[in-house]
Design a protein. Sequence first.
Length: 266
Amino acid sequence: MIEKLPPSVIRLGGRVERALPFLSPAIRRTVRSRQVSDGLIAHGEGEGLRINPGGANPGYALGTTEPGVQQALAELLEPGMTFYDVGANMGFFSLIAWRRVGPHGRVRSFEPLPESARTLRHNVALNRAENVEVVEAAVGARPGRAQLAVTAESVQAHLADIDTDTPTLGVVDVEVTAIDAELAAGHAVPDVVKIDVEGAELRVLAGMRDTLEQHRPALICELHGTAPEVCDFLEALGYRLEALEQAESIRTHDGPLHLRAVGDER
């Protein structure tokens, strides 16, 4: 069974699939059952948690997706903390965070795509994670409404006015909130925020400037062509930056990259 393979071998299969696409149908048939059924995460920080990827990346069920992000969450989160998952998709990282913060911590998971939000709620219920709150909304610079572009891979859904190379299947109208507005409404201050918003990183950061200045939460942010602007924004606020993957320079790295940002106390 594929989940019994070492994580390094499973990740190698993913690289082979990308490099040799003619093998993709065979590889996908092998992992398809893990994409659409309830099961236990096989490896990584989520090992033993229950999950249904909802047709998304089977690496969520196998526990091999983005090991650098998993490790960063394990290092940053402690029992009793509050975690905000911005762009939670089906909840893989929300569940890992839930385990780390324990019963006295809080997780708020923001996911605008209705289908992904339904799967997220299902996975929260599977684990009886009562202190995980699902917020069916995008996160941006200010509250309002927006058009969300739907894509074949749910993890690549993005705000429709952001130019990407990903083919769009259609658009849906979604609610938008902002982190500063969430705190102004009385919600818990986050200790750690994970951001994965497919190119809208600066909008999310702009909508949490007060939070960053006053409360200094740690950030894990996936960059999609926004590295120079994000670095400028965070460094101006006194944040120290490092890449979670190998990169000679965060600012000039070609392709997606995960950024870890920790703010100095003020």
